[in-house]
Ligand binder design. Structure first.
Ligand code: 5GP
Ligand code: ZN
Length: 123
């Protein structure tokens, strides 16, 4: 299956991954695409998304375990690269809003990585 077959035509994050909407990309590999949030809450705020469209963490299955593990291991490395101070004085927050009650607005699975010196705008 071609990559475009995994893009949902009306999904804003699929369009960002495809380069149809500009973004400030900080990392890209076979499985994930990482870019700055357009409305950052904190000095560091980026989004990690799977390249293949999946609506939310509620749809994650065993076939996504490798990609999700890869994302979690990558998060601390990119957090440091983007300016989070090292653990334990520094650190970061990982947030994955899921569904309406979870506060999810964009229905393409994404993990927020938020950090940097406080105060933050939210959280
Ligand atoms: P959610 O509430 O779904 O967890 O978060 C969606 C996030 O996507 C929000 O923090 C919002 O600022 C971000 N976002 C929405 N549209 C765009 C966009 O076009 N570009 C970028 N870079 N971020 C976006
Ligand atoms: Zn999508």
């Amino acid at each position: 299956m071609s990559d475009s077959a995994h893009h949902h035509p009306d999904c804003i994050f699929c369009k960002i991954i495809a380069g149809q909407i500009p973004s400030k990309r900080i990392h890209e590999d076979e499985h994930v695409f990482v870019f700055h949030d357009i409305q950052p809450w904190a000095p560091v705020h980026f989004l990690m998304v799977p390249k293949r469209h999946i609506a939310s963490m509620a749809q994650a299955g065993p076939e996504h375990a490798h990609m999700l593990g890869h994302m979690m291991v990558l998060a601390p490395k990119l957090a440091l690269q983007e300016g989070c101070r090292p653990y334990p004085e520094g650190g970061f927050r990982i947030v994955c809003n899921t569904g309406e009650d979870g506060g999810q607005e964009v229905h393409h699975l994404h993990v927020h990585v938020i950090g940097g010196p406080r105060p933050w705008k939210k959280g």
